[in-house]
Design a protein around this ligand. Structure first.
Ligand code: KG4
Ligand code: ZN
Length: 340
């Protein structure tokens, strides 16, 4: 079964043709990183406009690269939630229109489930259930327990910032370029992870996360190290830091963030007997994390971030379990708000 997967939930416009949930026939990703590097973060309105420009050429290329025509495509899968509203609208409206035009079944796919299913791409078929999956991305940090395919129980989640967001915000304090995750990882290679000690936040529910305190702890430590008061604006701190300090802060922060993740994972392992551990989402590209969690499964780094292949993979496993297509005329990206 050949599925065209379409993804546009944040700042990547992506499409991919995947056969039977694992075999990637094409994978096209147009990233808006260059646009947002200048601003240090994503501007939703600009992201939506960029998706609008890119989406049809991206889908065309995905079909061409897969040596496929519309006749070869069995279904269309599209990310419908969660994500930036304008960005999601471009992907879902495009998918709905194409499904009607080419008379293809349409499957609305959840972004975080797609990240998890990136682990099945390229044939990691020895993953066995039950599973603990850690979804660590720019917008989410969750521990999921999966008894079987398509059976997701959220057993831990962040109570404030997501881990990727924390990487991005700490990078901004240190004056490292957007996106912060890869920049921190690169600087950390040259730094001392033991130089600064940061607290491991406590949460009322032990499996939940909290990352906003860690970001503030880094901010205070930078101000202190530079001999500046806590009122000193964070955007100016980079002008007071040496390269060695930046590298040490990056390494110490990264170590703390990874240690927190692994601590929570160990707690979850005590409560849930599982046969496999999976990581998923943009932060799972982090090589220091991969090094420390050697027994776990990770998607290939090029499928850690947002892409269309994982959307097609997630839809395939849902279809196999009997999921019915969505009506392309009525698909909502957010549940309707009932007004009494
Ligand atoms: O999954 P993703 O592409 O988008 C969301 O669904 O949010 O994740 C993006 C996040 C960003 O915060 C980015 O800084 C982070 O993933 N990231 C990394 C690395 N590569 C990307 N964080 C740590 N280390 C990396 N190597
Ligand atoms: Zn994502």
């Amino acid at each position: 079964m050949k599925i065209l997967g379409i993804e546009s939930s944040c700042d990547e416009t992506a499409a991919s043709v995947v056969e039977d949930g694992t075999k990637i026939l094409s994978n096209v990703v147009v990233s808006q990183i260059d646009i947002f590097a200048e601003y240090g973060g994503v501007i939703p309105e600009v992201a939506a406009r960029s998706h609008l420009e890119a989406i049809l050429p991206v889908i065309d290329k995905a079909l061409k690269d897969a040596n496929s025509t519309w006749d070869d495509i069995d279904a269309i899968a599209v990310t419908h939630a969660p994500g930036l509203l304008g960005s999601l609208l471009i992907g879902t409206l495009t998918a709905r229109t194409l499904a009607i035009l080419h008379n293809k079944p349409l499957y609305a796919t959840h972004h975080l489930k797609s990240h998890v299913y990136a682990n099945w791409l390229e044939g990691s078929t020895d993953i066995s259930f039950p599973i603990l999956a850690l979804v660590i991305s720019g917008g989410h940090t969750q521990i999921l327990y999966m008894k079987k395919h398509n059976d997701f129980k959220i057993i831990g989640t962040t109570t404030d910032d997501a881990i990727g967001e924390c990487f991005d915000k700490v990078a901004k304090i240190l004056g490292l370029p957007y996106p912060g995750g890869p920049s921190i990882a690169k600087a950390a290679e040259k730094g001392n992870p033991e130089k600064y000690k940061f607290p491991h936040p406590k949460t009322a529910e032990p499996l939940n996360f909290s990352f906003s305190g860690l970001k503030t702890a880094v901010l205070r430590a930078v101000q202190k190290d530079c001999g500046l008061p806590i009122s000193h604006p964070s955007h100016d701190l980079k002008n007071h830091l040496t390269e060695a300090q930046i590298n040490d802060f990056a390494a110490s922060f990264q170590k703390t963030a990874i240690d927190i993740l692994l601590e929570k994972l160990n707690l979850a392992k005590e409560q849930y007997e599982v046969r496999s551990i999976l990581f998923a989402g943009g932060v799972s590209a982090n090589s220091a994390l991969r090094e420390k969690a050697k027994d776990a499964y990770f998607p290939s780094p090029k499928f850690s971030g947002d892409n269309g292949a994982m959307v097609a993979a997630a839809a395939y496993f849902e279809i196999k379990d009997g999921k019915q297509p969505t009506d392309p005329y009525t698909l909502n990206i957010y549940p309707r708000i009932e007004i009494n």
